[in-house]
Design a protein around this ligand. Structure first.
Ligand code: HEM
Ligand code: HEM
Length: 225
C-alpha cells in the first residue's frame, strides 16, 4: 500500500492537479469576453495590470480590504487557517525529504515547532470556519452538503498528518491514510471549489482589471468607451 501511494498514485495525483489547473487557467482567461464583461481588457493593459496586482495584493493582506474588515473575527479565522494550509504542505521538513527523494529538489524547510504550531492553528481556525456555516443564518442559508465535503477534504490531511506526527496508534496506518488524503485533495483541486488555490489569482486579477480600467481606475483620463 505504501509503495503504491508514494509511487504511481503520487505521480497520478500531482499530474492531475498541475495539468488540470493549467487547463482551468487557460479556460478561465479564454472564457472572458470584453463585450459581455464590458471591460476593455486589451485596450488599457497598464491600468488593467495595475488594478490586477492591487486587487491580489490587497486581498492577501489581513484586513487589507473592506471585505475582510467587515468581518474581523472570521477574517482572523480565514487567515489563521490559510497560513497553515499554504505554508505547511509546501515547507514541512518531512514533505521536502519526500520531494528530494522523489524529484531531486526541495524547498526551504520549517523547524518542527513552527510546523506543529501552524498545523494546530489551521485545525483550530477550521473549527471556527465550520461553526460559521452552522451558526450564522446568512451563511447557513447558502450552505449545502458540498460545502461540508470541501471542508472535510481540506481538513483531512491536517488531522491525519497530526495523528501520524504524534504516533497515535498504528503509525504506518495513519501515515498511509495521511498520504491518501493529501493525494485526494490534490486530485480534487482542479474539479471542485478547491480550484480557488490557483483560480483565486485569476478571478482577483480579472476583477482588479475591471476596477482598474472601468470602475474608477481611469477616472479623469479621456478613456474611450
Ligand atoms: C501528497 C503526498 C503527501 C505525502 C507523501 C505526505 C507525507 C507526510 C509525512 C511523511 C509526514 C510526517 C509524519 C511524521 O511526522 O511522522 C507528513 C505530515 C504532515 N502533512 Fe503531509 N504528505 C502529503 C500531502 C499533504 C497535504 C496535501 C497536506 C495539507 C494540505 C499535508 C499536511 C501535513 C501536515 C499538517 C502534517 C503534520 C505536520 C506536523 O508535523 O505538525 N500533507 N506528511
Ligand atoms: C494561495 C492559496 C490560497 C488562497 C489565496 C486562498 C483564498 C481563499 C479565499 C479568499 C477564501 C474565501 C474566503 C471567504 O469566503 O470570505 C477561501 C476559502 C477556503 N479555502 Fe482557501 N486559499 C488558498 C489555499 C487554500 C488551501 C491550500 C486550502 C486547503 C488545504 C484552502 C482551503 C479553503 C477552504 C476549505 C475554504 C472554505 C471555507 C468555508 O467553508 O467557508 N485554501 N480561500
Amino acid at each position: 500500500m505504501h509503495e503504491f501511494l508514494t509511487g504511481i498514485f503520487f505521480w497520478f495525483a500531482i499530474t492531475v492537479c498541475l495539468v488540470g489547473m493549467l487547463v482551468r487557467f487557460v479556460l478561465y482567461f479564454r472564457g472572458l469576453s470584453w463585450q459581455l464583461d464590458r471591460v476593455a481588457y486589451k485596450a488599457h493593459p497598464k491600468a488593467g495590470m495595475k488594478g490586477a496586482f492591487r486587487s491580489i495584493y490587497k486581498w492577501l493582506i489581513p484586513y487589507g480590504t473592506y471585505g475582510w474588515r467587515t468581518q474581523p473575527f472570521m477574517a482572523a479565522a480565514f487567515f489563521g487557517f490559510h497560513i497553515g494550509a499554504v505554508v505547511v504542505p509546501l515547507f514541512l521538513s518531512a514533505h521536502n525529504i519526500f520531494l528530494e527523494n522523489k524529484v531531486g529538489f526541495s524547498l526551504f524547510t520549517l523547524n518542527a515547532g513552527v510546523a506543529d504550531f501552524l498545523t494546530w492553528l489551521a485545525v483550530v481556525c477550521a473549527f471556527f470556519l465550520i461553526l460559521r456555516r452552522i451558526v450564522l443564518p446568512e451563511v447557513r442559508i447558502l450552505t449545502t452538503l458540498y460545502d461540508y465535503f470541501i471542508l472535510f477534504i481540506a481538513l483531512a490531511p491536517f488531522l491525519t498528518g497530526l495523528t501520524a506526527r504524534y504516533h497515535v496508534g498504528d503509525y504506518s496506518f495513519w501515515l498511509n491514510l495521511h498520504i491518501f488524503c493529501g493525494e485526494l485533495l490534490l486530485i480534487a483541486i482542479p474539479f471542485t471549489k478547491m480550484s480557488h488555490v490557483f483560480l483565486f489569482f485569476a478571478s482577483r486579477a480579472q476583477l482588479g482589471m475591471d476596477f482598474g480600467i472601468k470602475r474608477g481606475g481611469m477616472k479623469g483620463t479621456k478613456m474611450a468607451w
